[in-house]
Write a protein that binds this ligand. Structure first.
Ligand SMILES: Nc1ncnc2c1ncn2[C@@H]1O[C@H](COP(=O)(O)OP(=O)(O)OP(=O)(O)O)[C@@H](O)[C@H]1O
Length: 338
């Protein structure tokens, strides 16, 4: 903490200063002709994350999220700028850093596909040279929290996606990392599995002050876990602030899905709510995410033969797209590259 009481201002755990990553790619431009060109995947990004923070790192496809995470783990070396994690320069001391970080890629597994789950953990025990007592204690605690006790002897390829994901999270945490990078940890999971993973991450962060950087396309991951969100677009950081500010800046909308008893003309909704789609007896109404659905629901229930309804949250792409074209109330830290 510095003299102004700002945690992390003096001793940030993750620190990027003007970090860039440029890829050289060869493109076929004709028969036997190749042209070399440069892709600026990350363009002068600066941010700091304090120990114990849980931060969402989001952006459209191809924005540069994975490239940033790869630089933070040391897999890729920045083309320019300064990058430190726990005081370590990742690409120079990748092995030393590996003992302090954990990584979970939702779409890939670090577990051995044909081996029982427990064998992967035994291999990690040796690879990371985790002291026996600590390994046993961590394994017992994590397996209990993530409800994997009955699955330890099952080969990984026989696990469901949700079980495999929980298995991967255990593997990433056996060596007590201080920072956890999560890349799409809830992708493809059912509602129950998502809830379990989120609850576990909340607990981990609260009890162990593990610093978490979370990349996701699921807005609810961010809503339920992160007080701070960073948005990257075309390799540049375009927003760094609270999720609420992101919603306001984009005036994002939720959708009320209404099932009526029969096919009817579009519902006469009080603006700014409006019908955006009609399919037989089902109608979709968009309304501002900042407003409660209660008034709208009450009015429809009073005037229409309502059978069922549900509220859908805005998807992350829609929120970001609106934010990029609207005025930001958060700390806007950059401008998208044209
Ligand atoms: N090894 C590479 N060689 C050349 N270009 C690359 C390489 N890796 C990434 N890129 C390019 O860099 C840009 C950023 O890619 P990156 O994978 O970091 O985006 P992302 O935000 O993680 O996207 P997604 O959400 O689709 O995973 C893209 O234009 C991508 O095509």
């Amino acid at each position: 903490m510095d003299t102004n009481g700002r945690v992390g201002a003096v001793d940030p755990f993750i620190e990027l200063d003007g970090v860039e990553k440029v890829f050289e790619v060869r493109r076929k431009t004709g028969f036997m002709r190749r042209e070399r060109h440069r892709v600026r995947a990350v363009d002068s990004i600066s941010f700091a994350v304090a120990r114990g923070e849980m931060v969402g790192y989001i952006g459209p496809n191809g924005a540069g999220k994975s490239t940033t995470i790869k630089m933070l783990t040391g897999i890729l070396t920045p083309s320019a700028g300064r990058l430190r994690v726990a005081g370590i320069e990742p690409s120079r001391e990748r092995t030393r850093l590996a003992h302090r970080i954990g990584v979970v890629f939702g779409q890939r597994t670090t577990l051995w596909w044909d081996l029982p789950l427990i064998d992967s953990y035994r291999l990690m025990h040796r690879m990371y040279r985790i002291p026996d007592a600590r390994y046993r204690e961590n394994l017992d605690r994590l397996v209990e929290l993530l409800e994997l006790g009955s699955l330890l002897d099952v080969p990984v390829r026989q696990l469901s996606l949700g079980q495999r994901m929980r298995g991967d999270i255990v593997a990433a945490l056996l060596h007590d990392p201080e920072v956890l990078y999560l890349d799409e940890p809830t992708i493809g999971l059912d509602v129950v599995s998502k809830a379990k993973v989120r609850e576990f991450l909340r607990q981990l962060n609260a009890e162990r002050a593990t610093t978490v950087l979370l990349t996701t396309h699921d807005l609810q991951d961010i809503e339920q876990l992160c007080s701070r969100v960073m948005v990257i677009d075309h390799g540049r950081l375009v927003y760094d602030g609270a999720l609420a500010g992101l919603h306001e800046s984009g005036e994002s909308e939720r959708t009320l899905v209404v099932d009526l008893a029969r096919e009817l003309p579009p519902i006469d909704a009080p603006p700014p709510a409006r019908v955006v789609r009609v399919e037989g007896p089902r109608q979709w109404l968009a309304f501002p995410a900042s407003e409660s659905a209660a008034g709208l629901v009450a009015r429809i229930a009073a005037e229409y033969p309502l059978v069922d309804l549900s509220v859908r949250e805005p998807d992350i792409e829609a929120v970001i797209a609106k934010m990029l074209h609207g005025d930001s109330h958060g700390k806007e830290v950059g401008r998208p590259v044209p």
